[in-house]
Design a binder for this molecule. Structure first.
Ligand code: UD1
Length: 422
């Protein structure tokens, strides 16, 4: 098992370019199955979730050519609609292969998806949407078998603006007869990215970014070349890396508008942040407490930035409160942060963080992707040596995280087991 060894205390400084968004590339890879023509994708992050998704696509019959930051997919005629269980279990996002496979082949068999252990993640909204488009669903032994003769446009109201369900239904609706409307749709920027990608292939999707998305069915999609939007969560994580180490960073390839809620809260926490077109400058200073951070669907404060923000607030002057409203069980890093000297109490959906003057190095485990990144940030600020175990979670969503941080002056390295001294 690989680990990160961190020797804390260095202030980060320098310039770094943010890569394409993990939460865009995953649905866009799934959406590529909707065409038989060539798909070229640019600014693709080299992360393990992408590798898993590409393995799945190859199993379905897609020819994949990998370049640096570029992918070429040739879906041709797919030869199966069954996704291997072992791969499905590695990544929850594989659930949104259902929509495109139903559109292309009229059937699909998936097992219940895996991914981060951040509380119960049901798929009822995905299934309800598909059922209302005429799909017959059978659930047996942890598998979902779905079949449809011809998808029919439908009016779908989501009980919660689920990102995955919105994307899955959008993709299923591309070849449906008539018009589909998704009400109370998720409004995340990655949904607009998916809409733009689909429309560039010839789909007729409108309204992404608002709470009603309208999809008019079409007969086929053509080839496409598409560049992904930058990863707002990777950018947000680096902003906190600057703030927590009292450093100064320049982040290139950022869409500041996508980070409005994060920037506002980090300014409250004392970071100086200013924008210049697609460049964001961050300067860390004294870390101040924040009275309330509440995670919400976009444009609210993203749940995917909650853990990193908690790491920062452990070192704030005063007491802060974070409330997690999107996922249950997303405070798994609290016990790990405590090992580093943080003082945190969890009360239901809220965590009360009493800032301390210093964190100290310890051996901790990354419980999931974002919590793992948060522990790295805490380790960078802690005095002494920190060992982070289970870093495969971090590799799911950050391209060579340690290399990025090293370039900015962090003292961090990756080692294989057994662990050695820093
Ligand atoms: C996506 C993101 C993930 C982010 C999350 C919330 C990708 C690949 N992943 O995950 O990084 O943390 O959005 O911004 O884009 N829910 C149901 N029933 C369903 C579906 C969801 O009850 O059928 C609930 C979930 O349990 C959760 C909430 O809705 O409490 C939000 O989930 P959702 O927006 O679907 O997240 P994902 O698409 O899985």
């Amino acid at each position: 098992m690989e680990k990160f060894l961190i020797s804390g205390g260095s202030s980060l400084s320098g310039k770094i370019r943010v890569k394409g968004a993990k939460n865009s590339i995953l649905p866009i890879l799934a959406a590529s199955l909707l065409t038989s023509e060539k798909v070229e994708l640019k600014d693709v992050p080299d992360i393990s979730d992408v590798k898993v998704m590409l393995n799945i696509l190859e199993c379905l019959g897609v020819k994949v050519t990998r370049g640096k930051g570029i992918l070429i997919l040739e879906p041709g005629s797919l030869y199966t609609s069954e996704i291997p269980e072992s791969l499905m279990c590695e990544m929850r996002s594989s659930i949104f292969l259902m929509g495109p496979l139903l559109g292309r082949l009229g059937k699909v068999k998936v097992s219940y998806p895996g991914g981060c252990d951040i509380g119960p993640r049901p798929i009822d909204l995905h299934l309800k949407g598909l059922i209302s488009m005429g799909v017959k669903i059978q659930e047996e032994n942890g598998c979902v078998r779905a079949e449809v003769k011809s998808l029919k446009g439908s009016d779908i109201h989501l009980d919660f603006p689920s990102v995955g369900a919105t994307e899955n239904i959008m993709m299923a609706a591309i070849y449906a007869q008539g018009t589909t409307q998704i009400h109370n749709a998720a409004k995340e920027p990655e949904i607009i990215d998916l809409q733009n990608f689909l429309n560039k292939m010839g789909a007729k999707v409108k309204g992404a970014g608002t709470d009603t998305i309208k999809i008019e069915g079409v007969k086929n999609l053509k080839d496409v070349s598409y560049t992904l939007i930058p990863d707002r969560i990777a950018a947000g994580t680096l902003i906190i890396a600057a703030a927590i180490t009292r450093g100064e960073l320049m982040l290139e390839n950022v869409i500041p508008e996508h980070l409005e809620a994060v920037i506002a809260k980090l300014r409250e926490a004392g970071a100086e942040i200013w924008e210049e077109a697609d460049v964001l400058h961050v300067k860390g200073g004294t870390i101040k407490s924040i009275q309330s951070v509440r995670t919400l669907p976009y444009p609210g404060f993203p749940t995917d930035m909650q853990a990193q923000t908690m790491a920062l607030l452990t070192l704030a002057q005063g007491t802060s409160v974070i409330t997690e409203n999107v996922f249950d069980g997303r405070f798994s890093l609290v016990n790990e942060l405590k090992k580093l000297g943080a003082v945190i109490t969890v009360q239901g959906r809220s965590a009360v963080i009493q800032g301390v003057e210093k964190l100290h190095g310890a051996v901790v485990k990354a419980p999931d992707l974002r919590a793992g990144a948060a522990l790295v940030l805490a380790g960078l600020a802690a005095e002494g040596h920190t060992i982070i175990e289970e870093i495969h979670h971090i590799d799911r969503g950050y391209e060579s995280f340690e290399e990025t941080l090293k370039k900015l002056g962090a003292n961090i390295k990756r080692v294989g087991a057994p662990a050695v001294n820093v």
